[in-house]
Structures are given as C-alpha cells and as structure tokens.
Design a protein around this ligand. Structure first.
Ligand code: DGY
Length: 318
C-alpha cells in the first residue's frame, strides 16, 4: 500500500498531482492553520507530513506515544518552527527546501532596499491621497544606493546572493559578518569579524540569519545603537532575530532612517505602532511567494518524500 501523507496547507496544483502519484494524500482544502489537536492526529495517522512555517512541530508532537510519522517535509528553508533536536531523538526525518527560493527572496530584499531608500511607500501614499503638488527639483528626494555600503548579517545562500546582486547591479560596497568562515564568494566583499563595526560602517544593513534558536534577538537593543541614524535596515529572514520593539522605538525617534521588513515577531500580528510609521516598507512574508518558486519548493518537498519512502538518499535532510 502507498504511504499516507497529510498536507497541512493548500499547495500548488502541480505539487498536489505529483504527491497523488506516489502517495495516499489528505489535503487541507480550507487552508486554515491546523490546531494542535489536528496536528496530533496527523502525527498518529500519517506516515509523512508536508508542513510549512505556520505549523509548530513541537516536542510534544514528536514524542506522542502513538506517533506514526517518520518524515516531515517542510516547504520552506527556515525550520525554526520545528523542534529539530526532538525530531532527531525521536527518529523523525526533517527536510527543507533550500536554493530554489534564493533568487525570489533576493527580489524581495531588493524591493525593500529600493523602497526604503527612495521613500516609495510615502511617495505613493501622497500621490494616491491626491496630495502631490507636482514635479519638484528639491522635494521627494530619496537616497541613492550606488557607492553606498551594504552590511550583510549572515552569509548563507540568500545573504551571498543579495550581496552579489547589490554589488554587481547596484554598485554597492559589500561588508559581511558571519559566524563561520565564508569561502566560495563570487564577488568582492569584505568581512567584519566584529558585528558592531559592521553596524557602524553600513548605510544599509540586511539580515540573513538562519532561524535557529541561537539567533533570537541577535540584533539586540544595545547592538542597534551602533547603527547610524542615516542608515536603513532590511529583514527578510525571521522577525525574532531582531528586538522588534527596540526597532520601532528607533524608527519613531528617527534614530534610524527607515526599515524594510518582510518578517515579523508573532506573524501575522504586526504592531500598530509599526504599521503607522511612514519610514518603513512592510510586506507580509512574501520572500518566496511567486507561483514558480512555490511550485519548485513543493516539488522539492515531494522529491524528499519519494526518496525517503524508496530508501534512497534524502537530498535535503537536516
Ligand atoms: C522560508 O522558506 O523560510 C520562508 O520564510 C517561508 O517559510
């Protein structure tokens, strides 16, 4: 009999068809986030689960006495919502979907970079409200990024790809901070071993930290004080890698020129104080949200399941 797979959220049609070829599948047609009770039942009834960032795969789920699940294929690269240690201890394989979403996420980081430095949100809002007084040589000016310094915090796949684009396409000077040495750089960039030095030197700081627990509040309130008031901050990684309240304080007090955020603490709740600010661009976690990329991510998750149930090497096993 084909293995039984439960899919926690709505997925692209192509991915659904592929899953059905190989497995008995139960889909979530309503696309409503599963409650803990439903997730518990899924853990007890399925051989494998396809999940994503909105599903909390806790120790409690992974240690259920009647657990049947042997593999959880996450659609997404970040797995901070899954207790990896407990998965390992309880023999549940976890996979993710790196690489296929890198360029789409860099597109969103690029949109945020240009939007915050050129005041795009404020300019468009003014126009839509009918408040544009006409072309001016001295008003509505933003800041050009060419020749400016981009400081990358975290130099994994997405950090590297954004740095390359910023350098090659926008002529930015790139600095980076990374915990482990970075070897295969394909563009000119300088390392800063001292994070504070990077924060002080950068005109734009972009966060590309992996979502593991050690990175919570990595950009803390005291660290943020190193950033110059004329600088901008971009975050496309996870909302909890920065002290969000301290960030709002800085933005309100104009101690930071602007922020472009695609991720937030406790999504989808974005504080009113942040939503009220005009020097921010806010996107609803859409880094990988293109039809093409979501299909590739889903297909990769299915490939991982197929490999596992055919006792082949699971490509993206964590
Ligand atoms: C990712 O792949 O980590 C995206 O943020 C969606 O989870």
């Amino acid at each position: 009999m084909k293995p039984k797979i439960i899919v926690t959220r709505d997925i692209p049609d192509e991915v659904e068809s592929k899953l059905k070829q190989y497995f008995r599948v139960s889909f979530n047609r309503e696309d409503k986030v599963f409650s803990n009770e439903i997730l518990e039942k899924a853990m007890e009834n399925a051989d494998g689960i396809v999940c994503t960032v909105t599903d909390n795969i806790t120790e409690k789920l992974l240690t259920l006495p009647n657990k049947k699940v042997k593999i959880i294929a996450n659609i997404g690269v970040g797995v901070d919502h899954i207790d990896l240690q407990s998965a390992k201890q309880n023999n549940v394989i976890i996979t993710n979907t790196p690489d296929v979403l890198t360029e789409a996420t860099v597109d969103i980081a690029t949109l945020l970079l240009l939007s915050v430095t050129r005041n795009a949100f404020l300019m468009e809002t003014m126009l839509r409200k009918g408040e544009w007084k006409g072309f001016s040589l001295t008003e509505n000016l933003g800041v050009g990024v060419r020749g400016k310094t981009l400081g990358l915090v975290g130099m994994g796949r997405i950090g590297k790809a954004f740095g390359k684009r910023a350098h090659e396409v926008f002529g930015m000077k790139v600095l980076y901070y990374n915990r482990s040495p970075v070897t295969d750089l394909k563009f000119e960039a300088s390392v800063r071993f001292d994070l504070d030095a990077l924060l002080e030197e950068s005109d734009v700081i972009s966060l590309h930290l992996s979502s593991d627990k050690g990175n919570k509040n990595f950009i803390s309130k005291s660290r943020m004080k190193k950033i110059r008031p004329s600088s901008f901050l971009i975050n496309t990684s996870r909302g909890d890698v920065i002290d969000q309240m301290a960030l709002i304080d800085l933005l309100e007090k104009k101690k930071l020129a602007g922020a472009g955020l695609d991720v937030f603490l406790n999504e989808p709740n974005v504080p009113l104080r942040l939503r009220r600010l005009s020097n921010v661009t806010l996107y609803p976690h859409i880094g990988s949200a293109t039809h093409e990329t979501r299909t590739k991510m889903g297909m990769l998750a299915v490939e991982n399941l197929i490999a596992f149930f055919n006792e082949k090497k699971v490509i993206n096993q964590l």
